[in-house]
Design a protein around this ligand. Structure first.
Ligand code: KG4
Ligand code: ZN
Length: 359
């Protein structure tokens, strides 16, 4: 890190966490997060209005904490980046308004960042500037996609996506069936370490030769989720600790197997021998190990962000804006929140407000 690299502040308010991160170039200086998750627990999902109010209350304290941790003043910043979508529109608006206000007050450029692109950009904390083109596997609580990424800020080509549940959503739903807490991914990851995955062969969605013809790069996890629920029901609905470990292991093996197989197939078919992982599920121990092994076998270079950087954070938002800052762009006054914003849509216009992160 050198002092003349740009200092970028990232703001993330797309769901229930208020994040403010600061990066200098691709080096992390601060990552402050306040979560409203406990305020939503009794409703069984994130309540948009509650999330927005919590963002309003947490924004200034998180800005102060991030600046304190990074030992910088707001006036030192070179740019402000903010998640502009996809997400809860009221929640996004709090971050977007804060970013615009900061940009105006400080006279600095402001960038609207796609949350999904930010998950792919976060690997830069580990490996420096993103080497493009790369294939990217994005697996989070709300999205699962395989992408060809010639330019993370301007050209992202979707290769495939989930036809039903996102990978993280499948982890969360299966965890609930197994009586594990939310979010379920880290719990299943932990339980599976001590379970025998060979105990049952769960379906691996869209991997039969016929499905591969039509859905080579698409995923499906809802059949798997139903298969797990059937096994649990057959055991009386309350599996013992040993059974939980075995079911978690077998479920995880099935998810990991289709993610690895399709990612490697995308690298093979596109001829792009680089693969970047992003999103909360990329923190999964088995996925990381299995993907690393498969990539070595296939001669593909794997870019794995640190486990703690895979889940939502605000530093990734700052990183995603970096190339645009270096090109001298500025979203400034035109910046708007977008509840929907498919990756691969280069426009930065507001979308239709229709999203909610109820699970
Ligand atoms: O990217 P993220 O923090 O938020 C979204 O943008 O959705 O992803 C959260 C998802 C949750 O579904 C959570 O269960 C899952 O990532 N997750 C994991 C692990 N850590 C988080 N899934 C599997 N294994 C993990 N270790
Ligand atoms: Zn996310």
């Amino acid at each position: 890190m050198t002092r003349d690299e740009p200092l970028v502040l990232g703001i993330e308010t797309s769901c229930d966490e208020t994040g403010v991160g600061i990066v200098r170039g691709t080096t992390l200086l601060a990552d402050a997060v306040a979560s409203s998750v406990e305020e939503h627990a009794r409703f069984g999902g994130v309540v948009p209005e509650v999330a927005s109010r919590a963002h309003l209350e947490a924004m200034v304290p998180m800005l102060e904490r991030a600046c304190g941790d990074a030992q910088v003043r707001l006036s030192d910043l070179d740019a402000i980046a903010v998640t502009a979508g996809p997400g809860l529109v009221g929640a996004l608006l709090v971050g977007v308004s804060a970013a615009k206000a900061l940009g105006l007050a400080l006279g600095k450029p402001v960038y609207g960042v796609n949350h999904l692109a930010a998950h792919v950009a976060v690997d830069q904390l580990e490996h420096g500037p993103l080497v493009e083109p790369t294939v990217a596997l994005l697996v989070s609580g709300g999205h699962s996609s395989l992408l060809l990424v010639p330019d993370i800020t301007d050209e992202v080509i979707p290769l495939g996506a989930t036809l039903d549940d996102a990978a993280g959503e499948a982890f969360d739903k299966v965890a609930r069936v197994l009586g594990l807490p939310f979010p379920g991914g880290p719990w299943i990851d932990r339980e599976a370490q001590h379970g025998d995955a060979a105990f049952v062969d769960f379906p691996r969605g869209l991997t039969s030769p016929r499905d591969l013809d039509r859905h080579r790069y698409d995923f499906s996890f809802s059949g798997l989720k139903t298969a797990v629920a059937d096994v649990v029901r057959a055991q009386g609905g309350r599996p013992a600790a040993d059974e939980v470990r075995r079911i978690a292991a077998a479920f995880q093996r099935s998810v990991v197997s289709s993610l690895v197989r399709k990612s490697l197939s995308a690298c093979g078919q596109t001829g792009v021998r680089r693969l970047t992982l992003g999103g909360g599920v990329a923190a999964n121990g088995w996925l990381r190990a299995a993907m690393a092994e498969a990539c070595v076998g296939a001669g593909v270079e794997l870019f794995l962000p640190a486990r703690s950087d895979c889940t939502d954070n605000a530093a990734m938002v700052g990183l995603a804006a970096l190339p645009r800052l270096l090109r001298g762009e500025d979203d400034g006054g035109t910046l708007a929140a977008r509840s929907t914003w498919p990756l691969g849509d280069p426009s930065r216009e507001p979308g239709i407000p229709d999203s909610a992160c109820f699970r």
